[in-house]
Design a protein around this ligand. Structure first.
Ligand code: ATP
Length: 341
């Protein structure tokens, strides 16, 4: 098992800083999700760790060894890409051991590793097929097989499930998580899907515009978001964040000690709001019924606001309602900087 440490790692493409001084440590045997919106630099960060791109600044250490200048093959990492990158003319078995052949691993050892990986992934009966004769989920397993036979202490994954349908994604998420635990590898997993990050990761590194926005456990990011950006990126639907002043007279009472309510925003998650006999007055703008619960869009103090309630509501557009929530579920942010107070 190996730790992965990034210290002030940067990557510039021309004048653009794709990754700007990112530092975090992945403990041995942990699964860390690199999460963020499109273009935030998560794939580039993964490629820097893999050695597929040279860093323009900072240090990368794997298993306590400085690998910043090392070739990809010397870093002890395997990588699974979104595209699977399978060779169409090779069989499943040949695809899985391809990298071992390149590295001149002896034949008997290749056979041993292939048998083990095929067993783990349930590919035993498919070894002679070509990738075109496999389903998307099976192709994904072959790509995972390659990473397993490499037997590296670190495995890097770049959006490996984005080509799969929703049900298969759910199954493969569990499978990858189980595999990571069983093999004891350190895994860094790139995704833009916060549900994937929340359900799979021991810790999440949330990135924004080349910077690290917040690093913590899924619970920390959900319960104590450091910024409005994190608050709204983690959780669906996103946290309601509105100027405290839009709550009228209550603003002065709710404002954190010593803060002028005028510069403060309040955040409340849709699932923490309930209907009440009295409380904040709001007007329903639309209702979305999801089965287990409903999302009620309202306007509160002139701002759009979402309430998540169990089952059906019987509410309709234009209806007047009152809302309340517990003080323990309030989050306060500095409106100008977006930082948590
Ligand atoms: P996505 O989820 O869309 O893949 P990402 O968070 O993985 O996004 P990156 O692919 O790391 O983002 O890209 C970060 C930024 O760096 C983007 O603005 C991108 O346009 C830029 N970039 C990435 N690779 C290159 C390259 N080879 N040359 C120039 N710019 C690049």
């Amino acid at each position: 098992m190996a730790t992965v440490e990034l210290d002030g790692v940067s990557k510039a493409f021309g004048t653009q800083n794709a990754v700007a001084g990112v530092s975090f440590t992945v403990e041995a045997g942990q699964l860390v999700a690199l999460l963020g919106p499109s273009g935030c630099g998560k794939s580039t960060t993964l490629r820097l760790i893999a050695g597929l791109e040279p860093a323009t600044g900072g240090t990368i250490r794997i298993a306590d060894r400085d690998v910043t200048q090392a070739a990809p093959s010397e870093r002890g990492v395997s990588m699974v890409f979104q595209s699977y990158a399978l060779f169409p003319h090779l069989s499943v078995a040949q695809n899985i051991v391809f990298g071992l052949e390149v590295r001149k691993v002896p034949k008997a050892e290749r056979a041993r590793r292939l048998e083990r990986a095929a067993g783990i992934l349930g590919l035993e009966t498919l070894l002679d097929r070509k990738p075109s004769q496999l389903s998307g989920g099976q192709q994904q397993r072959v790509a995972l097989g390659r990473a397993i036979v490499a037997e590296t202490p670190v495995c890097l994954m770049d959006e490996p499930l984005s080509n799969l349908d929703a049900q298969l994604r759910l199954d493969m998420r569990r499978e990858i998580r189980g595999l990571q635990r069983r093999l004891g590898v350190t895994m860094i997993y790139v995704t833009h899907d916060q549900v994937e990050a929340m359900t799979m990761a021991d810790r999440i590194v949330l990135m924004r515009a080349g910077h690290l926005e917040q690093h913590g456990t899924p619970e920390e990011l959900y319960n104590r978001p450091a910024t409005v950006f994190t608050a709204r990126f983690v959780g669906t639907p996103p946290m309601n964040v509105l100027p405290l002043a839009s709550l009228g007279e209550a603003a002065a009472r709710l404002a954190p000690a010593g803060r002028d309510p005028a510069g403060v925003s309040i955040g409340v998650r849709p699932e923490h709001v309930r209907f009440a006999g009295n409380g904040f007055h709001a007007t329903v703008t639309s209702v979305e019924y999801l089965g287990a619960d409903s999302l009620v869009d309202v306007r509160l103090g002139g701002h759009p606001f979402i309430v998540r309630v169990p089952g059906r509501t019987g509410l309709g557009e234009g209806q007047s309602i009152h809302l309340e929530w517990d003080g323990s579920h309030e989050h306060f942010f500095d409106t100008e900087s977006g930082r948590r107070i």
